[in-house]
Design a binder for this molecule. Sequence first.
Ligand code: GLU
Length: 415
Amino acid sequence: MLDASLRYFHQAAEVLGLSTNIREILVTPRRVMKVEIVTEGDDGLLSRHIGFRVQHNNARGPYKGGLRYHPAMDEDHASALASLMTWKTAIVNVPFGGAKGGISCDPSKMSVVDLDRVTRTFVERTKEIMGPTLDIPAPDVNTNPEVMAWIMDEYSKYEGFSPAVVTGKPVHLFGSVGRDEATGRGVMYALREALRDQGKKLSDITVAIQGFGNVGSHAARLIAAEGGTIVAVADHLGGVSKPDGLDVPALFAWAGQHHTVDAFPGGDAFDCSEIITWPADVLIPAALEDAITADHAPDVQASIIIEAANGPTTPEANDLLHKRGVTIVPDILANAGGVTVSYFEWAQNIQQFRWEIDRVNAELEKVMIRAYQDVRDVAAKRKIDLRTASFVLGIQRVGIASLSRQHARVPIDLS
Ligand code: GLU
């Protein structure tokens, strides 16, 4: 993960002709915090977890990025994901920097009470570096609005009422309408724009989706609502397919009840490992990183990949797919709808003013279209792929802000 994000960074830095010195400045996180979280478990015994927060860059605004609860969470992981947030917030041009954090734990083996305790202890340990104008966490893998509510509550105990310290909160607790589906909605807009470039519409295409969590499920629902045909969906327990299109609202309801798409009666079951090479026009990886590997690349049938997850394509697979002419809309553009509506939520909290859903969706649509066009223009101008163009645009915007803040006298061409 760290290797991949560094590789893409250097590819873009090469295009921009950045020196080693400037590259190092831009790549190094500004601050890394690692905390020990000791809590009393449900069994009355002490349990220990390690929590991380990597603050990568804040030249364009407060640090911003999710908190991930996962056994594989470590400092390298958090660093790679934090840097992706920096480029992502710059690409959609919201006034934030980039951060990421989380706790190395397995929430599927923890009770809600245990998760609450661990979360609150994490806040207690990291509160000095968090705040509405400092660093604003949000949901990521295995965290949700409920966890964000605990964070707001715990932080407010120390600092006073602070809804803007975290985004992705429940709507009844200072969250924004539309935030829950925002990443999936942004994925739908990104796909729509990529299709427009090829003279196609959502109603012309078939789609296979890996992952049916927050991002995959809303993306499926919204793409289907716009006329797209969702032919296959898989999660880690199983897959379900229907050549003339799954009934996505019914699948949504099933997954809500059973926490998996497996055994959904409205389609044919298949082994989840087949989803990446499923015969469909579009593939949307919306699960974890490294889902599409060099082994899959020759057999991928989709001509467009929309990276709804962070880092779902390995660099080797990326190169092979690129050579085969597959269009990849990269994570830092495709899934930026989440942080965009996080920005709207933060702005609403700061202003003590609530937006209607139509406003949230209309503003999100504008931001996603603009970001897609900006990236596509860079790609066309420099004759590079969308991923490299996204990194180039992100690095340019962050680089200009960093340099004009701190190093104004050093002449660097970021144009
Ligand atoms: N975790 C999400 C992401 O990777 C959202 C971050 C945010 O809203 O701050 O983009």
